[in-house]
Design a protein around this ligand. Sequence first.
Ligand code: PMV
Length: 359
Amino acid sequence: MKEQDFIPSTYKKTIEKGDYTWSSPSNIALVKYWGKKENQIPANPSISFTLEGCKTTTSLRFEKKINDNLFSFDVYLSGDKKDDFKPKIETFFKRIEVYLPFLKDYHFVIETSNTFPHSSGIASSASGMSALALCLMSVEKALHPEMSHQEFNQKASFLARLGSGSACRSIEGDLIVWGAHESIEGSSNLYGVKYPFDVHSNFKNYCDTILLVDKGEKLVSSTVGHNLMHGHPFAEQRFKQAHENMDKLIAIFKTGNLKDFIEIIESEALTLHAMMMSSMPYFILMKPNTLQIINKIWEFRQETGLHISFTLDAGANVHVLYPENEAEPIDGFIKQELAPFCQNNHFICDKVGFGAKQL
Ligand code: PMV
């Protein structure tokens, strides 16, 4: 598929008004996307677990208006009008207008809420942008009912990517690849695809407990961070490494080798932050408690032989990843030993999920 293939031909149906609701999850990358080209094209391929519990639910009400060549919409978060969200959505609408030419025909009311606290430091852009893209796709489906399920999901992912890159990995589950990789047929820079190969049962229902180390607003946005990969002294080597790590994960998913899995994902997390620390300007998103937690995880793994591991997003929070059959002792350890490093002892227990749902 090429970008032009997502431009629809004239719609056969018309529709006056309607209302759609989607719930879409967050996702956590195992091989990280960091660095992009124009039009949200990733500099390297990435793969993520879709989450189950951390979700955004978005309702989109729409009613026909005179096409005055303007976007018209209101946004609410948990019932409160959020005019400060409007510029981001307006930018998104501008980017996707060519692919959804009906956008200026309607007034939209976007009502959104997250299952996780808004100020938790958990990025809501992946779940939020994917939920909105899915609602808009429901409008397109009403105008073009012949669209297949596969076309619907592919275009939803394509549009979500234009809102926030990683959002394209939130439409389906449980493992999603985004970015062209030579070993993964069908992988694309334009949208996420389901991981197509065998996955060992060790990875079924994999747990992700998110430790909320810092609930504040990020000091450096991911947009700024991605852009700092242009001219970064280690960029080319890093992009190459991401390709290699994807290949290594293919073998690991097949055999279920958790020791090797941990090595790749922890290295990916630390490399992501190493890229931030070695960009110009340089910056650090980890906090002292992020490092305390990482050290505690390493100690506990050494002592017990359990397969507890961590990954990081572009922030201070820690995602603790572990297999379902080791959840009991690890959950106890998290509660006793890691929660004290979280803001107000706050952590969220989640696990791998299967993608967005229409409500
Ligand atoms: O989707 P963005 O632009 O917020 O970038 C997300 C980047 C990371 O979360 C750090 C990595 C990833 O692949 O999700």
